[in-house]
Design a binder for this molecule. Structure first.
Ligand code: MG
Length: 180
């Protein structure tokens, strides 16, 4: 048995929320795929409300800085950025912390378009991006009944992480070549 004094919890939970406003004549990206619709979600990046909420859930689970701190809207590098970049950074930080994703569950709230016909494709893409089985990505879509939010899309996400290994050391790498 390897010696261990690893006191980190076996599981960790993360929660993410995001909202974006619909704008005419821009692509609608949700969960890393483009949906056919006459409006898209505005934002500094590509406005992918679901990937943003998943990213914040991953970062929150390991108590890392949130998506706005890591990718500030004031930074021109992220103008029009593919939100997959943000998700991959969250995933990298989770893995570097010695955790993997057990499952995620998401709720999308939007008046239109209907998500049902695209649900399987969104779940498959999110599972692919996260490196988990499709059965580990839950997705429900709701309309904003009584909320008077017809022009917004909202995402809520929870993620469960499982400890897999010791955290990766973050110290700078030693030079590969040694003096002899
Ligand atoms: Mg956002």
């Amino acid at each position: 048995m390897p010696k261990t004094n690893d006191q980190r919890p076996a599981t960790r939970i993360g929660y993410g929320f995001d909202s974006h406003e619909f704008r005419l004549a821009i692509p609608l990206k949700i969960g890393g795929i483009t949906l056919p619709h006459d409006k898209g979600l505005g934002g500094h990046s590509d406005g992918d409300v679901l990937l943003h909420a998943i990213t914040d859930a991953l970062l929150g689970a390991i108590a890392a800085p949130d998506i706005g701190a890591l990718f500030p809207p004031s930074d021109p590098r992220w103008k029009g950025a593919d939100s997959v970049i943000f998700l991959q950074e969250g995933l990298k930080r989770v893995r570097d912390s010695g955790y993997s994703i057990a499952n995620i569950d998401a709720s999308l709230i939007l008046a239109a378009p209907k998500i049902g016909p695209h649900s399987a494709a969104i779940r498959a893409r999110v599972a692919e991006l996260l490196g988990v089985h499709g059965d580990c990505v839950g997705l429900k879509a709701k309309t904003p009944e009584g909320l008077n939010l017809e022009n917004a899309a909202i995402a809520h996400v929870v993620v469960l992480l499982e400890k897999t290994s010791r955290p990766k050391k973050t110290a700078p790498r030693k030079k590969a070549s040694k003096k002899r």
